[in-house]
Ligand binder design. Structure first.
Ligand SMILES: NC(=O)c1ccc[n+]([C@@H]2O[C@H](COP(=O)([O-])OP(=O)(O)OC[C@H]3O[C@@H](n4cnc5c(N)ncnc54)[C@H](OP(=O)(O)O)[C@@H]3O)[C@@H](O)[C@H]2O)c1
Length: 306
């Protein structure tokens, strides 16, 4: 079968379509015919050799897919080592969800990672009271657009921040009540919570906006690693900082993730949220798809179609 293989650490040209052996299903796994594969920012970090848990290369990346299994339309996570950028992939049946009726495969491939990464921390780590102001960084991206819609669905007020003025239109159209570029974050009124996908200086700047008894959740470090936050500073300001990492939760708290997946799928089926597909590329252009994300030109989820 065909797959986009990451042949080594480096630029987008390291992603090359090759013939590879068919995947084999272990216990609890099934082989899904992939119709669309989601690209995650972590895949870009792996290609650049910057991910903490690097796979052995060459490897087929791709941790989430939508496709067909015995005639049923499904979406879900590929097994631990990935393999989604391919015509077929082994998936853990535990992590398969039915694709809603009218949804496209591309939307299915854009759903599991982005919506669980937004839903679990925004429901388990903070309490979003009616009208709560929640700042979301990288708000035009895959996880960011999910978070904006989820905060709105929870009756909070999403406040979007992104890297350019052009990117702000998308989160605005999804319900953000305010939208600013990062250089204007300091001018915002205080917020009840921060959902941060950027890390580095943006995370540090967003902490100063959190109201007493508010919370900042560190989720991503697309813009640089986090500086240490001192408990002394947190105590003095009456604020909390949480970290969130879905990968570890899938391994350590699968029941919680399973319940969350059903809850957030119901939100989609009920029309309160929907995955945003920003671009679709054939497998042969996996490198171009990576480049779009790496150069910060993507919005929503970027999806590969085998
Ligand atoms: N903890 C978890 O479990 C978990 C799960 C999924 C994703 N994540 C993390 O969440 C973040 C968002 O993931 P995603 O897949 O939805 O990606 P994405 O937001 O669609 O794309 C990454 C975005 O990060 C922003 N960014 C800021 N500084 C950047 C830089 N120096 N280089 C590249 N991008 C930069 C860009 O938006 P602007 O131009 O608007 O800044 C870019 O579009 C990533 O950091 C990812 O690793 C974490």
């Amino acid at each position: 079968m065909r797959a986009a293989v990451l042949t080594g650490v480096g630029g987008p040209e390291q992603l090359v379509v090759q013939d590879v052996p068919e995947p084999e299903a272990a216990d609890g796994q099934s082989i899904v015919d992939v119709r669309a594969a989601g690209i995650n920012f972590a895949d870009v970090l792996i290609r650049l050799g910057m991910y903490p848990q690097m796979p052995e290369l060459p490897a087929v990346l791709g941790s989430e897919v939508a496709g067909e299994l015995d005639g049923a339309r499904v979406m879900g996570f590929a097994r631990g080592e990935g393999g989604g950028y391919a015509e077929r992939v082994a998936v853990d049946r535990r992590w398969l969800l039915p694709l809603p009726n009218r949804a496209s495969f591309a939307e299915g491939a854009a759903f599991p990672m982005a919506f669980l990464t937004a839903w679990i921390p925004l429901t388990e780590l903070v309490r979003i009271a009616f009208g709560a102001r929640v700042l979301i960084t990288a708000a035009a991206g895959a996880v960011g657009t999910a978070a904006v819609q989820i905060v709105r669905a929870l009756n909070g007020k999403p406040i979007a921040a992104a890297g350019s003025a052009e990117k702000l239109e998308l989160p605005r159209s999804l319900g953000a009540v305010e939208a600013v570029t990062y250089d204007a974050i300091g001018e915002l009124e205080p917020v009840d919570a921060v959902f941060d996908l950027v890390g580095g200086e943006i995370f540090a700047a967003s902490l100063s906006l959190v109201k007493p008894l508010g919370t900042a959740i560190a989720v991503g470090y697309a813009g640089g690693l986090w500086a240490d936050v001192s408990p002394t500073w947190l105590v003095g300001r009456n604020i909390g900082v949480h970290g969130f990492y879905l990968g570890r939760l899938l391994a350590r708290s699968p029941d919680l993730v399973e319940r969350a997946a059903k809850d957030v799928l119901r939100l989609w089926e009920g029309g309160a949220v929907r995955p945003i597909v920003g671009a679709e590329f054939p497998l042969e252009q996996a490198g171009d798809a990576h480049r779009l994300i790496e150069e910060r030109k993507s919005t929503g989820k970027v999806v590969l179609v085998p």
